[in-house]
Design a protein around this ligand. Structure first.
Ligand SMILES: [Zn+2]
Length: 125
């Protein structure tokens, strides 16, 4: 898919350099923007244990990527795009919607199996 977004790493003139992170889209409500959440473990020396922390990063979401809420994506560091954005979506690793569909299909299949089993039992009696 093509797009006319100048802030697109593939079709625009944007150069990705620096950090590359993987995270889950927490919100895709702002136009062409996604809020990516990463769950990290931080070592706490006092207790010699790890603590779960979160980090939220705003990233530019070009039209050709169209990342949606729940998607697992890869974001790359780039120049400052706006007050809060200096990252851009570079890859969609897993679509949330597709996953839901697969889960639904598995559920339906299992239900049918149970029904068939029950049906066989009733026929036997
Ligand atoms: Zn594009």
């Amino acid at each position: 898919m093509q797009c006319n977004d100048p802030k697109c790493p593939k079709h625009g003139s944007l150069k990705v350099r620096g950090n590359v992170f993987t995270g889950v889209v927490k919100s895709a409500k702002p136009a062409k923007t996604v809020i990516v959440e990463r769950i990290l473990t931080k070592y706490v020396p006092k207790y010699e244990r790890y603590k779960k922390t979160r980090s939220k990063i705003a990233a530019h979401n070009p039209e050709c990527m169209a990342a949606k809420e729940g998607d697992t994506i890869e974001i790359g560091e780039t120049r400052k795009l706006s007050k809060t954005k200096s990252f851009v979506v570079i890859k969609i690793k897993k679509r949330a919607v597709e996953e839901e569909k697969v889960a639904e299909k598995i559920k339906k299949d299992e239900e049918e199996k149970v029904k068939k089993k029950q049906g066989a039992k009733n026929a036997g009696d």
